[in-house]
Design a binder for this molecule. Structure first.
Ligand code: SAH
Length: 336
């Protein structure tokens, strides 16, 4: 659907009538992507990061973060178990940990691809050649949030990084053929409603296949610890407007939303979302991948998470997706 920037701003700002917006987004979701909720098994395989994003708990400047990195075997094993549990998509996310070289990631992707799953990578900014090699090895989707389209804000929050570079990564990924996932945080210090409206138009403009929207949650071991953070309501309105703008894309109910309220993901699923990414990381690693405080399910097992969210999904009359859950039926591609 076409919306002017002013219309988007009006919808984002309208707290009074948000229930109507949520209802409308829910109806559009049902019409375009149906009642299936696609589950992605999320593996957080390293919290080692060369970047120093002001908002992020695993920024390299956080000397208090206890660092970990899964071995290749551990990562592959975690993915195998997730596939055995029935996940048809495996999402591998980490800080920007350069120990995972181009070749190493290729090897990992090639092996995991044999488990009959779609593969999503989310390991930050890399070269065009790396992205291309991983795609050829069998990676299907890539997730890298633009975070904000306000360039000044971006440069304040992500020292030593440039907005242009991140933007170019997104364009490269799309060009290579990945299903492209991006998104933003809402409630960043100094972020305006107008800038969020701009973000949504940007995501539409670059034709994302998936858009993740989450509230910014201040982490006590970061420079932004005393900031207010984003509200669940604003994050939800943003997500709902995204659904109206791009009716058939994949939209996750984000973990950060549930970290603000125990009903966060369910409410998100009822206001436009159609994807959930249960954590399948095991043991202590879950706690240590602490982007923000109050992260849910840190003491749970993969099986518990899958069963728990599965029951919640069915309790609201929805069904667990049985396929790979690509945007508009796109299937995993074969490795080159
Ligand atoms: N290195 C990868 C993964 C980053 S972590 C990359 O660069 O894409 C995944 C996402 O968590 C980030 O893109 C950011 O949007 C979100 N995030 C980080 N810190 C956060 C915080 N304090 N509150 C909410 N979300 C946060």
């Amino acid at each position: 659907m076409e919306f002017s920037k002013n219309e988007i701003i009006r919808l984002l700002a309208d707290e009074q009538n948000q229930a109507d917006l949520f209802k409308q987004a829910d109806a559009v979701r049902k019409q375009y992507v149906g009642d299936e909720v696609h589950l992605r098994g999320l593996i957080e395989f390293s919290n080692i990061c060369r970047n120093n994003c002001m908002y992020c708990g695993i920024r390299c400047g956080n000397a208090n973060a206890v660092r970990y990195r899964m071995s290749e075997e551990e990562l592959i094993d975690t993915a195998r178990k997730a596939a055995e549990m029935g996940f048809k998509t495996i999402v591998m996310q980490s800080g920007e940990d350069m120990w995972f070289t181009c070749e190493r990631m290729c090897r990992i992707v090639e092996i995991i691809k044999k488990f009959d799953v779609a593969i999503t990578l989310s390991v930050g900014e890399r070269s065009y050649e790396d992205y291309k090699a991983w795609y050829d090895a069998g990676a299907d989707r890539y997730l890298i949030r633009i975070e904000t389209t306000d360039k000044d804000l971006y440069h304040r929050l992500d020292p030593n990084m440039t907005w242009q570079k991140r933007h170019e990564c997104l364009l490269s990924l799309k060009e290579i053929g990945y299903e492209l996932g991006s998104g933003i945080m809402v409630g960043l210090p100094g972020q305006t409603i107008e800038s969020i409206a701009q973000d949504l138009l940007y995501l539409k403009d670059i034709k994302v296949d998936m858009a993740g929207i989450g509230p910014f949650i201040p982490h006590p071991q970061t420079p932004l610890k005393d900031e207010f953070g984003g509200t669940l309501d604003l994050a939800r309105r943003t997500m709902a407007v995204m659904r109206l703008l791009m009716p058939d894309i994949n939209i996750p109910a984000t973990t950060a939303m549930e970290s603000l309220h125990p009903m966060g993901r369910i409410w998100a699923l009822q206001s436009g979302a159609n994807v959930v990414m249960p954590n399948v990381t095991e043991g202590e690693y879950r706690k240590l991948y602490e982007l923000y405080p109050g992260k849910i399910c840190v003491d749970d097992t993969p099986l518990h998470c899958k069963t728990c969210i599965g029951a919640k999904i069915m309790s609201i009359g929805r069904v667990i997706g049985s396929g790979y859950g690509g945007h508009a039926g796109v299937l995993p591609h074969l490795p080159k």
